[in-house]
Design a protein around this ligand. Structure first.
Ligand SMILES: [Zn+2]
Length: 80
């Protein structure tokens, strides 16, 4: 058997952005230098290199990003 239970082709990562929320970004990981990025939900936000752990804890996840990713995960090739 092949361990291919993870069939997600689209990589993304979560990171607290300048607006105080955690957004998802369409890359496998942050390169550590990009300061401006477009979130999955379509916002242009600022990324800070020195995001401390407190920001991770207090920042609420962006519901738009979350919803979009969930739909992609579920739907796959659905139309609509
Ligand atoms: Zn978002």
């Amino acid at each position: 058997m092949v361990g291919n239970h993870q069939r997600n082709r689209q990589r993304h990562f979560w990171r607290p952005a300048g607006d105080g929320r955690r957004h998802a970004f369409r890359r496998s990981r942050w390169d550590g230098r990009t300061t401006e990025a477009v979130t999955v939900c379509g916002d242009e936000v600022t990324l800070s290199a020195d995001t401390d752990e407190t920001a991770w804890v207090v920042a609420p996840s962006c519901l738009d990003c979350n919803g979009l990713l969930l739909r992609e995960k579920r739907g796959g090739g659905g139309h609509g």
